[in-house]
Ligand binder design. Sequence first.
Ligand code: NAD
Length: 332
Amino acid sequence: MREIDTLGVTRALILSTPEQRVSAERVADLLGARSAGIFAKAVMHVPIETAREARDAARELGADCAVAIGGGSTTGLGKAVALESGLPTVAIPTTYAGSEMTSIYGITEAGFKRAGRDPRVLPRTVIYDPELSRSLPIDLSMTSGLNAIAHAAEGLYAHDGNPITALMAEEGIRAMSSALRTLREDPYDLDARGDALYGAWLCGSVLGAVSMGLHHKLCHTLGGTFDLPHAEVHAVMLPHALAYNANLAPEAMLRIGRALGADDATIGLQELATTLGTPTSLRQIGMLESSLERAAIVAVSEPYPNPRPLEYGPVRALLQRAFEGDVPAMEP
Ligand code: NAD
């Protein structure tokens, strides 16, 4: 309630997924008269229809701000509402996706997810509470944590990175990987849940500050065009995408390896995924081998910054390795 008052607003529309409605109700109880109502219809990829429905609900209920409690899908809905209506949002993240620290939004219209950056969508306040992430199912905790590590890892070789984002990225990978190892053993360890949120904050801040490269492009393509699960795609792809860039990003590889306590960044990441029990092949998460060619074409179709130039042949080979779950390798 204090944060709502600090923002100078009075009535919050509370956003959540249908699965997290109980959490939204708890927020509504805590807010009392400052709750305008609950909109528990957030879903993956923020369909424009849902965003408009939420915006209209906010208007009808007289809300002057939104509180988004949940993972990246709910934070994303809050961002879409902010973009459509200008309402300030408070984010209460319950996964490690890190969206709460970025001004990046994504909205799906007619089957196409458009993404952009706009300062209006950045949540005004973020509340991290480890208790709320305790209920995050263990497998989702692991893949969500690797999703966060992916932001920091690619941030380390971003063309617009700087010494501060490099420090934050290395510390984010260290904190997150260590917390995930502990949580695999004990999902209810509150200190480890807190460390994971600290890592998510660092990794999300890096994502918000610099440009992403091949890994995020591949994940966007595989998630958006082939409807594969967001966090699991990140978990599978990261070692392979980093291997593609490794020779042209030695400083980044050094930092990633150091943060993981591994001699080699890409092997270290794949070993981490194995320890955490996350999927290690695209085959496992429902990708069709016949779609690999199209995925490679989409991934190299538009130019974007990446340490190594994007070429169809090596990207196609990388995708094959990821499909099979092979050891990551520098594609010729
Ligand atoms: P999600 O928000 O889709 O959540 C997955 C499921 O877990 C949902 O059913 C949710 O209700 C449930 N859940 C979340 N927290 C829970 C908890 N503590 N206990 C029990 N259940 C819980 O998953 P995500 O991986 O956090 O978000 C993925 C989406 O976020 C993608 O669409 C991705 O593109 C987007 N994203 C955006 C940014 C950005 O900067 N814009 C950054 C990262 C991710």
